[in-house]
Design a protein around this ligand. Structure first.
Ligand SMILES: [Zn+2]
Length: 392
């Protein structure tokens, strides 16, 4: 922290200067923390700190609380109600930009539109008055191909094996659907580009139709009422999809394994879903870095911003982290469980199919969908020239 190496300490305390003092301080903090946890668990009713205190009293779920221990448990006892929760990290190897992240530079050539602020482009009120900037951005960011990653196919295999309870995704890129995960098995928490609705009469339009409109530089308008047609991605000022409010309670109560992949767990209310699991649910994080852990005394009080998990912590009794690229993580899991080759073959086969479809007709992008879908009526046909949609 301090950079003034040569200078003698001033009046502020320096960590590490006197080991005994700092140990004592740590101990005090821990004692206060435990005291508060105890107190709060007596006083509060449900959720929050009492969960955590309970968790500490509860028995271990895994014999060995690490990746191998979890895999051993999976092989011996199995999981039948797996919930997966994912974010942009599972789509990055597919070359999909994080649509809403300000870091991707996607706001840079929107200056000509004089947005009141960059995120206005995703605000419903602004969109209703001035939809063009959004569609310009959508055209710019439209992926050249839609090729799901091993993570998507891993979840598809969990479903095929009858183990998947539900897949919760923050991604709007439709890759889950392309990988063949059925719509009813998913909660697309931030919506999807897969379906589109008229803001006036709610008439549904296909993704292919929307793509044609976007690439023709038209503001998509409804054939029935002339209203603006908007992709069903969740804008600021809109509610999350109904399923997000209806399904988690039961899904997370019954869930026996929660797999969290490729998310920073920072966006609420999605980020607090892992807190809803029952007391014996095992939680596995597959991610580049640790996220969602309780880490400070403040996590006792700030329920909304800090997680309650204990990935990699000595006291963890059911939280296990696998750190690295998500694609490698799911392959490691599949290998351990004996379906590693099945996953590899599926990825290879599906990617070959998508490549073949995208070269069949040079003007055409990879078919975004072969999947049965929920709301829209007919299967997407063809569309033109998507080469320009690629961002790099
Ligand atoms: Zn309409």
């Amino acid at each position: 922290m301090s950079e003034d190496k040569g200078n003698p300490p001033k009046d502020e305390k320096k960590g590490g200067e006197k080991p005994s003092t700092s140990r004592a301080t740590e101990f005090d903090v821990e004692a206060i923390r435990n005291f508060l946890a105890e107190k709060l668990s007596l006083l509060s009713s449900g959720g929050g700190a009492d969960d955590e205190a309970d968790a500490r009293r509860a028995p271990k779920v895994l014999e060995k609380v690490d990746f191998d221990g979890l895999m051993q448990h999976w092989k011996e006892k199995g999981f039948r109600n797996i919930v997966t929760m994912v974010g942009a990290g599972i789509s990055t190897s597919a070359g999909i930009p994080d649509f809403r992240s300000p870091d991707t530079g996607l706001y840079s050539n929107l200056q000509k539109y004089n947005l009141p602020h960059p995120t206005a482009i995703f605000e419903l009120d602004y969109f209703m008055d001035n939809p063009q900037p959004f569609f310009t951005l959508a055209k710019e960011l439209y992926p050249g191909t839609f090729k799901p990653t091993p993570c998507h196919y891993f979840v598809k295999l969990l479903h095929d094996k009858g183990w998947l309870r539900r897949h919760y995704t923050q991604n709007i890129d439709t890759l889950e659907r392309i990988a063949g995960i059925p719509g009813e098995k998913m909660v697309e928490a931030h919506g999807t580009f897969f379906t589109n609705h008229c803001l006036g009469c709610r008439k549904a339009f296909t993704m292919e139709w929307m793509k044609e409109e976007i690439f023709s530089d038209r503001v998509p308008t409804c054939s029935s009422c002339n209203g603006i047609v908007k992709p069903d991605i969740v804008f600021f000022g809109e509610n999350l999809p109904m399923e997000f409010y209806e399904l988690p309670q039961k899904d997370f109560r019954d869930c026996d394994l929660l797999i969290i992949m490729g998310t920073s767990l920072e966006v609420q209310p999605f980020a607090s879903l892992p807190d809803k699991v029952n007391d014996t649910c095992v939680r596995l994080l597959v991610n580049r870095e640790l996220v969602g852990n309780r880490d400070t005394i403040w996590s006792l009080f700030t329920r909304s911003s800090a997680g309650k998990m204990e990935f990699g912590m000595p006291e963890s009794r059911r939280d296990v982290a696998w750190l690295g690229d998500c694609d490698d993580g799911v392959q490691a899991i599949a290998d351990q469980l004996g379906f590693g080759d099945e996953l590899r073959d599926l990825v290879k086969r599906e990617h070959a199919r998508i490549d073949a479809e995208s070269t069949e007709e040079p003007k055409k992008p990879a078919q975004p969908s072969k999947e049965p879908k929920k709301e829209t009526s007919e299967p997407p046909k063809e569309s033109k020239e998507a080469e320009k949609g690629k961002t790099d």
